[in-house]
Ligand binder design. Structure first.
Ligand SMILES: [Zn+2]
Ligand SMILES: [Zn+2]
Length: 258
């Protein structure tokens, strides 16, 4: 399983807002700037077949318009696009198009072939394309927010908390993942987010688990725990079924001139 960090920051940080791409086709969250960042990293946004949204805050959601226009405005998908998120996902997409590019959703939709999978407070599960994806309810400041557990056919399991405080679903993700990406907005928990102290507590309780802090705030700069690995924007890791984690050499894009 390949895990690419599109962005690793929180809102008021020079890092891009947090999102990640699994195996080049499962995108977790679509924050501001994420589609351009994928292009800059040499990733075709139209290769995304499955999009998971943790919650509808703008720093996780507002590039959804651009992802869907990449897929369905000048191209036509040959297969369905799976869009998994909290209840109201389809309605919010239609609304965002309505206030920004009126009439465009009607053009995009038939080319996109969207299949919205919306889950309520209890979360849910979807399987397809060789993956099993579980949406787990986490505790944030929105009515519904999810963490995700993604398992591939080789048995590799990646956890992704989304924005949350330390809660039972985060504990479950820590107990069942080979690698776990965590909201680490602050040094200590506040405003619906985990702190580095929570992350280090999980790291100590699960020494065989690799933790990737993301959604980083400026005050979070590092950890002395061996199994806490700070990813950079645009960095890629290869995750093995036995829990192995190895960084992949970066593919540097050439900045455009002129
Ligand atoms: Zn949030
Ligand atoms: Zn956020």
């Amino acid at each position: 399983m390949q895990l690419h960090f599109v962005g690793t920051g929180s809102i008021f940080h020079d890092r891009l807002s947090a999102s990640a791409l699994v195996d080049g086709k499962i995108l977790i969250d679509t924050p501001n700037g994420s589609v351009k960042a994928m292009r800059r990293a040499g990733i075709d946004p139209a290769a995304v077949d499955i999009c998971l949204i943790t919650h509808f805050h703008a720093d996780h959601f507002f590039d959804i318009i651009f992802l869907l226009m990449e897929q369905g405005l000048v191209r036509r998908r040959e297969r369905e696009m799976v869009l998994i998120g909290p209840i109201g996902f389809a309605e919010r997409v239609a609304h965002l198009f309505g206030i920004s590019y009126p009439g465009t959703w009607e053009v995009v939709q038939p080319n996109l072939r969207p299949r919205f999978v919306e889950f309520g407070h209890k979360g849910g599960e979807w399987s397809g394309d060789g993956y099993r994806i579980q949406a787990l309810p986490v505790e944030h400041t929105t009515p519904i927010a999810f963490g995700y557990l993604i398992a591939d056919s080789a048995g590799t399991r990646l956890g992704y908390t989304g924005d949350t405080v330390l809660c039972p679903s985060v504990e479950l993700l820590a107990a069942t993942s080979h690698a776990l990406t965590l909201d680490t907005s602050f040094l200590t928990s506040r405003a619906g987010h985990m702190g580095l102290d929570d992350v280090e507590r999980i790291a100590d309780a699960h020494p065989g688990l690799t933790l990737f802090p993301t959604h980083l705030g400026a005050e979070v700069t590092g950890s002395d725990r061996r199994n806490v690995v700070f990813p950079e924007d645009g960095q890629t890791f290869e995750l093995g079924p036995g829990g192995s984690v190895a960084p992949v050499a970066a593919v540097l894009s050439t900045p455009a001139t002129g």
